[in-house]
Ligand binder design. Structure first.
Ligand code: C5P
Length: 234
């Protein structure tokens, strides 16, 4: 299985994103990048095409969550961008996830883009889950149950914490992808992330892909920070 570091390109506009990515132009292997809602809503699908044209693998993090028919049609449109990974909210349920897979699948039955599910947002804790979502079960159990649903719907993996990666692999198999944000260097600033893991600990815990934003984008030397992540994680 391929392991990789995905840079979360959380910039508000295309110019800042392209300036940032330009620093990585000398690297022979272009880094995997994550494009989130902010950049996508600001710049649209053309920005995805431009970043792909530069040679970067792309994770389009739009977290779709709607009725199955709408998600299926949206996924068919997104499939034309030929990105490497897209995602949905696991909370949309199995029929919605199955519809997402259908939408991504081409008429010849092939599917280029991998689909993963967000389980429980890391901003949701036990209290919020019980009080607002009325789910009265331990959060790690809920994450594993959402992972099983995603697997049953035919998805390729989930977004989770590195701390959950091992349990997810045990329950859903070693080939089921764990894509894990919340990564910080040991000496780094946590920002708004609460439970953080270093790249080398994420490796030990069995994450398949780490998603790293500010420790790279805000670093004095982003290329050096990226290469350090790669050395520690791969
Ligand atoms: O800057 P930082 O490394 O915290 O960025 C992490 C990235 O991963 C952000 O783009 C954030 O939206 C995303 N993410 C997350 N937690 C999740 C899902 C996505 O931090 N559960």
């Amino acid at each position: 299985m391929t392991k990789d570091v995905i840079i979360a390109c959380d910039f508000a506009d295309g110019g800042s994103t392209l300036n940032f990515l330009n620093r990585f132009a000398p690297l022979s292997q272009k880094p995997f990048v994550k494009i989130g809602m902010e950049l996508f809503y600001a710049e649209g699908p053309d920005m995805v095409r431009r970043i792909k044209a530069l040679g970067h693998p792309v994770f389009l993090d739009l977290k779709l969550h709607d009725i199955p028919n709408t998600v299926k049609k949206a996924m068919t449109v997104l499939s034309r961008l030929e990105v490497d990974i897209v995602n949905v909210h696991g909370g949309g349920g199995r029929p919605m996830m199955e519809a997402a897979i259908e939408g991504l699948t081409r008429p010849d039955g092939s599917r280029l883009t991998r689909l993963i599910a967000v389980t429980m947002l890391t901003s949701t804790d036990q209290t919020i889950m019980e009080r607002d979502l009325l789910i009265q079960r331990p959060l790690p159990e809920v994450v594993l149950s959402y992972a099983e649903n995603a697997k049953a719907a035919g998805l390729d993996g989930i977004v989770c914490s590195p701390l959950e990666a091992e349990a997810v692999h045990k329950r859903c198999g070693a080939g089921f992808l764990t894509v894990t944000p919340g990564i910080r260097f040991a000496e780094g600033d946590k920002g708004d992330q609460k439970r953080v893991t270093t790249p080398s600990d994420a490796k030990k815990l069995g994450s398949d892909y780490i998603v790293v934003g500010r420790p790279i984008t805000q670093a004095e030397d982003p290329v050096e920070a990226y290469e350090r992540c790669m050395r520690d994680f791969i």
